[in-house]
Design a protein around this ligand. Structure first.
Ligand code: HEM
Length: 410
């Protein structure tokens, strides 16, 4: 077995400066220059990037028992959401997944479509008459409202949502920034944002809830005898994980369509075309752009040794551009999704820890985007293309401002 190759690194700090400067560029150059298993050094920690679908399957699925979430990134999430479905391991994770899964069964998700439609209509009414808007912020607010209503039965006021937008952005970006640092102290702003988040979550959990046929997530947690702390932790996990990801997917979708008026019109008319454009958006700009695991024991991937204890990462952003599996990987081309999905497509992960909210978010994104495109045309405000901001999720750097006008070619 060979030792995985990797780019030259500086003594002690390794690739930290390159990571801080441009992490996507560092990873993309790594796989371009060194292949499908690349070794990086983040300070004292070796990190192995696995970029071939076979190796990815091995880590996330076939040998998933050897890879847990006892990782640095999970510890940073843990600072925000505590022990939850996202951060737990082993039997504790299994118990939570089994208990909460019914809230995401097809029937349950179909039951949420009326909420998704109502919130999409509310968004349309808000945007009506505007010439320009911040798509990132609008998508964040709408997806937050959807997840709070669907999973927790909470119809939040504008004031509550406004009060949460900034603290959530700060918590996520500061947590990610700690990856590129040898220190892991929390700022005062972080502590303040945590307090604001907890107040918002308490409002969600205390909100009066309508009767539903299928138990929502909160009802399932109560059936499962969750403690008050567990309830808070899971609520933070689902409120954050359930809105930020879908909002980014929608923002990037609008960014791609804004510069392609023909494709935009096609998507406005044809839900299948919209589905393909969404798939292509999730390929080029996967909201979860990196997935980290800790190797419990040693392993071999693609002929390279993976020592016990190291961090192994899978990067949807790079594997979605793997030249062996995608032609013209950097081109936005929804038509490629006429064919079956290749194994190099993993926007929702793979294996036992695959995204629990996959169907929910695809349904939601289709409804919100479909409603918006039926009513409006979008075009860019700036000539410069949007730049990815890889924090915990892949945001558009600085937000996305778009021109908006009533659709003239319905
Ligand atoms: C476009 C939208 C979304 C994307 C791209 C996405 C992506 C992912 C990915 C890649 C994972 C696996 C992470 C890993 O293996 O470490 C994951 C897990 C998870 N996602 Fe999503 N997600 C999306 C929407 C949602 C929504 C809407 C919810 C909830 C309503 C959600 C809740 C979760 C949770 C709780 C987990 C952890 C599952 C577990 O470990 O058992 N996600 N997501």
């Amino acid at each position: 077995m060979r030792k995985a190759p990797g780019p030259p690194s500086l003594p002690l700090i390794g690739h930290i400066p390159a990571f801080r400067r441009d992490v996507l560029g560092l990873l993309a150059a790594g796989v371009r220059d060194y292949g499908d298993v690349v070794r990086f050094q983040l300070g004292p920690r070796p990190v192995y990037l696995v970029n071939h679908p076979d190796g990815i399957r091995q880590v996330l699925k076939t040998n998933a028992r050897n890879y847990d979430k006892n990782t640095r990134s999970t510890r940073f999430f843990h600072d925000i959401c505590g022990e939850s479905l996202l951060t737990s391991n082993g039997d504790e994770w299994q118990r939570r997944r089994h208990l909460l899964q019914p809230a995401f069964h097809r029937k349950a998700v179909e039951g949420f479509t009326s909420i998704m439609r109502e919130e999409s209509d509310t968004l349309v009414a808000r945007l009506d008459g505007h010439g320009e808007f911040d798509a990132s912020s609008a998508m964040m607010r709408t997806t937050f409202r959807v997840v709070a209503r669907a999973l927790f039965g909470a119809d939040l006021s504008d004031a509550t949502i406004n009060a949460l937008e900034e603290p959530i952005a700060l918590l996520l970006s500061e947590s990610f920034a700690r990856h590129g640092s040898l220190l892991s102290w929390k700022s005062r702003a972080f502590t303040r944002a945590m307090r604001q988040l907890d107040e918002g979550v308490a409002t969600v959990l205390a909100a009066p809830r309508p009767e539903t046929d299928v138990p929502d997530l909160l009802a399932l947690m109560r059936i499962g005898d969750y403690s008050a702390v567990d309830l808070r932790n899971e609520a933070v996990t689902f409120l954050l994980g359930g809105h930020e990801t879908t909002a980014n997917a929608l923002t990037w979708l609008l960014a791609y369509l804004a510069v392609r008026p023909d494709e935009q019109t096609r998507c406005a008319r044809d839900p299948d075309a919209l589905g393909r454009a969404l798939s292509e958006t999730l390929r080029l700009s996967p909201p979860i752009w990196i997935i980290e695991r800790h190797a419990i024991g040693p392993d071999e991937i693609g002929g390279f040794s993976i020592p016990a204890g190291v961090s192994v990462v899978v990067c949807p952003y790079t594997v979605h551009r793997h030249p062996d599996f995608w032609t013209e990987p950097d081109t936005f081309d929804p038509e490629r999704f006429h064919a079956a999905l290749p194994p190099a497509y993993i926007p929702f992960g793979l294996g036992p820890r695959v995204c629990i909210g996959k169907e929910f978010s695809l349904m939601e994104a289709g409804i919100i985007a479909g409603t918006l495109l039926a009513r409006f045309q979008f075009s860019p405000v700036s000539d410069s293309p949007p730049v990815p901001d890889p924090a915990i999720t892949l945001r558009v750097r600085g937000g996305l401002r778009l021109h908006i006008s009533p659709r003239s070619d319905p």
